[in-house]
Ligand binder design. Structure first.
Ligand SMILES: Nc1ncnc2c1ncn2[C@@H]1O[C@H](COP(=O)(O)OP(=O)(O)OP(=O)(O)O)[C@@H](O)[C@H]1O
Length: 238
């Protein structure tokens, strides 16, 4: 595999009373496109939080190539967003540029043009002035993808990017994800649609509290591995 963008060495994550992710070791190669899948409660979001640095490992080590502040961009699960914040769609997208250009005083005409381009790419140019609380779920997800475009990060972490969005929006946003992959960025997405993973994601990490399998998608999503994941999480997982 190419050089690692993110390396996990016997990583366990959780809280005082609960270990949600146990003893995961492996690497996300630079420029790879990986899906993280597994039953509800398998520790997928917890693993992403560990990689983002919002949760410290209980054990083990997470090593990131580059400067995580600048090189990593995240799309949180939509339920974790505060939509009541009174901000326009334009400003939400513009926030993606903060790390590159500093505070608002550095925000010139060129950056404004980039915001317009990003809004146009996701089909939201007509919604620039709308307060984000008035966007539909799918429109908000498009705006958050536009913000990722502004961030221009080498590594992108997306937690259920297509949850509760319709087929057309999913196809548009998936095209952006593929574009990032073709540009050589490292892309990691938590997903539930295994057919989509089989079709679009070359690599997969199957979680069930631990890493059940990690590698080329066809070798990971076998009936045996899925059965094991279901058994480990004691749920219904196909
Ligand atoms: N803040 C927290 N405190 C304690 N336990 C938590 C906390 N957040 C999550 N958990 C628990 O950790 C486990 C893993 O949760 P996580 O959200 O990582 O699962 P997931 O694989 O992303 O699930 P889903 O597919 O339902 O989103 C679950 O049992 C969950 O209840």
């Amino acid at each position: 595999m190419d050089a690692a963008a993110i390396e996990l060495d016997q990583v366990s994550l959780g809280w005082r009373d609960r270990v949600a992710v146990r003893d995961v070791s492996g690497a996300f190669g630079r420029g790879t496109l990986t899906a993280i899948v597994g039953p509800n409660g398998a520790g997928k979001s917890t693993l992403l939080k560990g990689i983002m640095g919002v949760l410290n490992p209980l054990r083990g080590e997470i090593r990131l190539a580059g400067d995580p502040g600048r090189d990593m961009a995240c799309l949180p699960q939509s339920g974790e967003l505060d939509r009541s914040f009174p901000i326009s769609t334009f400003d939400l997208v513009a926030m993606g540029a903060w790390r590159r250009v500093g505070a608002w005083k550095g925000f010139g005409a060129a950056e404004r043009e980039r915001v317009w381009q990003a809004l146009d790419t996701v089909g939201l140019a007509d919604f620039a002035a709308r307060i984000v609380g008035t966007l539909s779920g799918g429109q908000l997800q498009r705006a958050l993808f536009a913000r990722l475009l502004l961030q221009d990060a080498h590594t992108l972490l997306l937690d259920e990017p297509f949850a509760a969005v319709d087929r057309a929006t999913t196809e548009d946003l998936m095209a952006l994800l593929r574009r990032w992959h073709q540009e050589g960025r490292t892309v990691i997405a938590v997903l539930h649609d295994l057919d989509m993973v089989r079709e679009m994601f070359p690599r997969t990490l199957l979680m069930a509290g631990q890493a059940v399998a990690w590698g080329p998608t066809a070798e990971v999503l076998t009936p045996e591995n899925l059965h094991l994941a279901r058994h480990l999480c004691a749920g219904d997982y196909r």
